[in-house]
Design a binder for this molecule. Structure first.
Ligand code: SUG
Length: 439
């Protein structure tokens, strides 16, 4: 299954993420939360229509009043917002980010066939590299526990310690490869640097958000088979070129790994380790820099595509529409779909509002491999079907603004509008009182 984060009502452009070129470029641009949420919903519907089981994750409450209170703002909630706006618009912006939409950063999830205890394991990402993202972890944990409740089937670990050596960005740096989803697979963890070895290579311009130490800890917690777990370093110069997560430069599904030649620091060693762990039948599709220079891979977000298996068994690549705007990238993709034995279909989706903050199709989804029995134990009404899709579209049109600037974030009405909308949403999704303001 794919679980997409519903875009929140405060979606805005605050230039919060160093090393994420789109976020930095679009600082202070006027956002359109309604369009952003509708684009996200239409992408989910497309995936649903292509045969993927699609779920939704509710947005977090923003502005994060609880965090603002912890930082010393007092009074009624509307006063807290106003005071924060007066004291520091940048702080209020960080506490207002709708960044939980990028569900690929919500958690690392390992399916039951891969774990020694036969259960599905979840570790919410601590997202410690950026303050506006770090504050997501507690609510993410609550949402995942509410949806995957059954302790006989689902295990929830705490986010890793919030210390520098354990920076963890979740599934954006983790790929599970397998022959069949229900068979044991290979877990590929990609890290940006080693925290405890200062001499090891690391990017120099932009931060490496994921450490080897964090990835190893998640592997231990999830009780993975060491022989089927591969840790690979991301190429530091790729991070410095703007690939702040591995999923900006590589994507995998079943036995296919589609990646740029500059994705891994030791490409030969990584491929060898993957082949050894996987056995027969691994299909590596490596894109040479001559075909697509890394800068163009990043600006088009080609690798932040969703690679999915269609009911026919063939695979489709769901790319952002930006890929069409590059003759080189689109030409490459058309050749790939014609010539590759497994990837036979291309779909382009418009998620421009999210893309302008560095979030492509793959950033918006968290993959959770589940057996039929486990799917029966998913709680709430979070599975997208035609009916939920339509109801969510109406809900977005009713509650979301179509224009938001930095100044608007200080408008206390925005908090009221958000709470009203989120309250309705939890009823629609049958998730109980998830939010603090509901309790
Ligand atoms: O963490 N952007 C997000 C984008 C996350 C993309 N996710 C994956 N690649 N999986 C980030 O950098 C920008 C917010 C702002 O600038 O307003 C932001 O947080």
């Amino acid at each position: 299954m794919s679980f997409d984060g519903i875009v929140g009502l405060t979606h805005n452009y605050s230039g919060l993420s160093l090393g994420n070129l789109a976020s930095q470029r679009n600082v202070h641009a006027v956002s359109n939360p309604r369009a952003a949420a509708q684009q996200g919903l239409r992408k989910m519907k497309l995936l649903h229509d292509l045969g993927v089981r699609q779920g939704v994750l509710p947005p977090h409450e923003r502005p994060a009043i609880d965090i603002l209170r912890k930082l010393g703002f007092t009074g009624r909630d509307d006063q807290v917002v106003r005071k924060a706006q007066d004291a520091s618009p940048a702080l209020l912006a960080a506490c207002s980010s709708a960044s939980s939409m990028w569900a690929a950063n919500a958690a690392t999830v390992c399916p039951s066939p891969d774990s020694r205890d036969g259960r599905v394991h979840f570790t919410p990402a601590n997202l410690r590299s950026n303050f506006h993202r770090q504050i997501e972890a507690p609510m993410t944990a609550r949402v995942l526990r509410a949806i995957f409740e059954d302790p006989d089937r689902f295990v929830h670990h705490a986010p890793l310690p919030l210390a520098k050596p354990f920076g963890d960005e979740g599934a954006a740096n983790h790929t599970r490869l397998c022959v069949d989803y229900g068979e044991p697979g290979v877990q590929l963890f990609v890290y940006g640097k080693q925290a405890f070895d200062r001499r090891a290579p690391a990017p120099t311009r932009y931060p490496a958000r994921q450490t080897l130490e964090a990835s190893q800890a998640v592997g231990r917690l999830h009780e993975l088979d060491e022989k089927r777990t591969v840790f690979a370093q991301q190429e530091p110069s790729a991070i410095d070129a703007g690939a702040f997560h591995n999923d900006v430069i590589a994507v995998g599904n079943q036995n296919v790994l589609f990646f740029h030649a500059n994705a891994f620091h030791d490409p030969m060693g990584t491929k060898r380790k993957l082949r050894e762990a996987f056995g027969e039948g691994l299909h590596l599709v490596e894109v040479a820099s001559n075909d697509i220079p890394i800068e163009e891979a990043i600006s088009s977000y080609l690798f932040n595509s969703q690679l999915i298996t269609l009911p026919t068994g063939k695979m489709a690549l769901v790319v952002p529409t930006e890929c069409r705007e590059s003759t080189r990238v689109w030409g490459y993709l058309k050749r790939l779909a014609e010539e590759d034995p497994l990837i036979g279909q291309l779909e382009a989706v418009d998620v421009r509002q999210s893309m302008a903050n560095g979030g492509g199709p793959a950033c918006l989804r968290l993959r959770v491999v589940l057996t039929e029995k486990e799917i029966e134990h998913v709680s709430g009404s979070v599975m997208l079907d035609d009916d939920l899709f339509q109801r969510l579209q109406v809900w977005v049109d009713e509650h979301y603004r179509d224009r938001l600037t930095e100044a608007d974030l200080g408008d206390p009405h925005l908090l009221d509008e958000s709470r009203k909308a989120l309250d309705e949403l939890t009823q629609m999704l049958k998730l109980g009182s998830l939010y603090r303001f509901q309790r």
